[in-house]
Ligand binder design. Structure first.
Ligand code: FES
Length: 104
């Protein structure tokens, strides 16, 4: 099992076990953390927005044009913004730190 460290919107830090290939969004939701993920991972809602620790940005799957377009519509976009449903876990991402973005 891999592990990610998630900072919730309430500011709590949670360590979560994640399976290889599971997306960061699935792991966050399975843990019961507040994250809407309305479209269920279809890259069409942008409610799974997180900020990825800079140390891991190169290891995460590259951002697609669709993801970039959705993030563009967010008032809370930062340079390290990603849609967590578009980041499948790999061993390089073990220990990944993400912060759940505020709701738009
Ligand atoms: S869950 Fe909808 S875009 Fe990620």
């Amino acid at each position: 099992m891999l592990q990610i460290i998630v900072t919730t919107r309430q500011g709590d830090q949670r360590k979560i076990a994640v399976g290889l290939g599971q997306t960061v969004m699935q792991a966050i939701r399975d843990d019961g953390i507040d994250l809407m993920a309305l479209c269920g991972g279809g890259c069409s809602c942008a409610t799974c927005h997180v900020y990825v620790d800079a140390a891991f940005s190169a290891a995460a799957a590259p951002i697609t044009a669709d993801e970039d377009g959705l993030l563009e519509g967010s008032d809370h976009r930062k340079p390290n913004s990603r849609l967590s449903c578009q980041i499948p876990m790999t061993s390089q991402l073990d220990g990944l730190r993400v912060i759940v973005a505020p709701e738009d």
